[in-house]
Design a protein around this ligand. Structure first.
Ligand SMILES: *Cc1c(COP(=O)(O)O)cnc(C)c1O
Length: 414
């Protein structure tokens, strides 16, 4: 056996997370995580915490759905649970307009594929029962596109992302829900990027039967916690009738630890898998912070600060192609076009964590999760302007600051 040296302690520096996600976690959340006192997942306060989280989640989602809880893991864990109701051969129409809905489309093809289809192309199966409707990067999925596809295909399931973070586009949730109702499809929605940022209530969208979100974006609870999900009774009846090829991500079984059994709330949860009391304490605090701020106020704050950032980068000569309120997706001015990745790498090396797009075309994404103050936005703008100038841009930093000041003064006056 060779002697391997002991690595030194892992130090991860403090950075400004100014990307599409994750956002910097609130110190209150980290404190709850570190101060949770024990590892027993069946201890009374841990179980009580999970049940309180369930009630808070119903408020955050705006729903009466009993089957509302968290799936341990990241956003894709919640999505895997939600998409688990899709069985081989099921007909699905999925609308994709960027990186994440594209991955969701792949998950759907993997779940709907027959054994032969899976074997023919194991990592990228082409399931004949699935129709992927591709909307170009930078454009939204509209109600008309959904209506046309569902009217033609009459699928059992329909899928769309609410906010596609890859291209920064808001898709038409109302149009999607109404088309699902009209054509008898069960709607499934990736709300990973919108929950906790947009002010919406899922019960207003009766065509949608399943919803999945994540811990690290609007809910701001990265320290690996829970992906919020919510399912209507119709969705749960479907899983009860036809099953789901998973124990751990089974939408019915996974609910038990959160005190949801046979469609009813029960006083205490029962074992499903070993949940972490540390994660429960952190998640509980993150939900408390969200509800204390208030969903409507949060949504207004994001809109105000996204508009400030948008105007500032436009004053720098950039073109914004997104319409979400948690980030801007932009093209550099012509003189710097093609150097997006270089600029992003330079910023990241200096602890300023912005992102490129993860699929074509290459654009820059700057996010404002948990950066909701004129000072925080000013810092982001200064750093971005400095990075552009370091690459030979000619940004007048003083003029850009004036754009920001004017925006915030007008907001105060209004
Ligand atoms: C971030 C994101 C995901 C993936 O979430 P993870 O937490 O990275 O698993 C999925 N869908 C959308 C729309 C996202 O923005």
């Amino acid at each position: 056996m060779t002697d391997m040296p002991i690595f030194s302690q892992l130090e991860i520096p403090e950075t400004l997370a100014a990307g599409p996600g994750p956002g910097n976690t609130d110190p209150r959340v980290l404190a709850r995580f570190a101060q949770a006192g024990l590892a027993d997942h069946m201890q009374a306060d841990v179980l009580r915490g999970m049940i309180e989280c369930k009630h808070m989640l119903r408020q955050v989602w705006g729903t009466q759905n009993t089957y509302t809880y968290g799936v341990g893991g990241t956003g894709f864990s919640g999505l895997d649970c939600m998409l688990g109701a899709i069985l081989p051969g099921d007909t699905v129409v999925a609308f994709t307009n960027g990186t994440f809905s594209g991955i969701d489309g792949l998950t759907i093809r993997m779940k709907a594929a027959t054994r032969d289809e899976l074997r023919a192309n194991a990592l990228d199966p082409q399931a004949a029962s699935v129709t992927i409707v591709t909307v170009p990067h930078g454009q939204s999925v509209t109600g008309e596109v959904v209506e046309k596809a569902l009217a033609g295909k009459k699928p059992k399931w329909a899928f769309m992302a609410h906010w596609e973070t890859g291209s920064g586009r808001v898709n038409d949730l109302k149009g999607f829900s109404e088309a699902c109702e009209r054509h008898g499809a069960m709607g499934l929605v990736d709300a990973v990027s919108s929950l906790g940022i947009a002010d919406f209530s899922i019960d207003d969208y009766p065509g949608v039967v399943g919803w999945a979100s994540c811990p690290q974006k609007g809910v701001l609870c990265l320290p690996l916690t829970y992906a919020p999900v919510s399912f209507t009774d119709r969705y749960i009846a479907e899983v009860r009738a036809n099953g789901c090829a998973s124990y751990v991500h089974n939408p019915v079984l996974e609910a038990r630890h959160w005190g949801i059994i046979d469609g009813k709330d029960v006083a205490a949860g029962s074992y499903h898998r070993t949940h972490s009391g540390y994660a429960v304490a952190a998640f509980h605090e993150a939900l408390r912070i969200t509800l204390q701020a208030g969903l409507a106020q949060r949504a207004r704050d994001y809109a105000l600060h996204e508009a400030a950032l948008r105007q500032a980068v436009e004053a720098m000569g950039c073109t914004v192609t997104s319409n979400m309120t948690s980030l801007v997706v932009l093209n550099l001015p012509p003189a710097l076009a093609g150097r997006e990745k270089e600029l992003v790498q330079g910023c990241r090396a200096k602890g300023f964590g912005i992102w490129p797009t993860l699929s074509e075309p290459v654009q820059i994404r700057i996010g404002i999760l948990n950066q909701l103050s004129p000072r925080a936005i000013g810092d982001i703008v200064q750093r971005f302007a400095a990075a552009m100038n370091a690459m030979g841009g000619d940004v007048d930093v003083g003029a850009v600051q004036q754009v920001l000041d004017r925006h915030y003064r007008a907001a105060v006056a209004a």
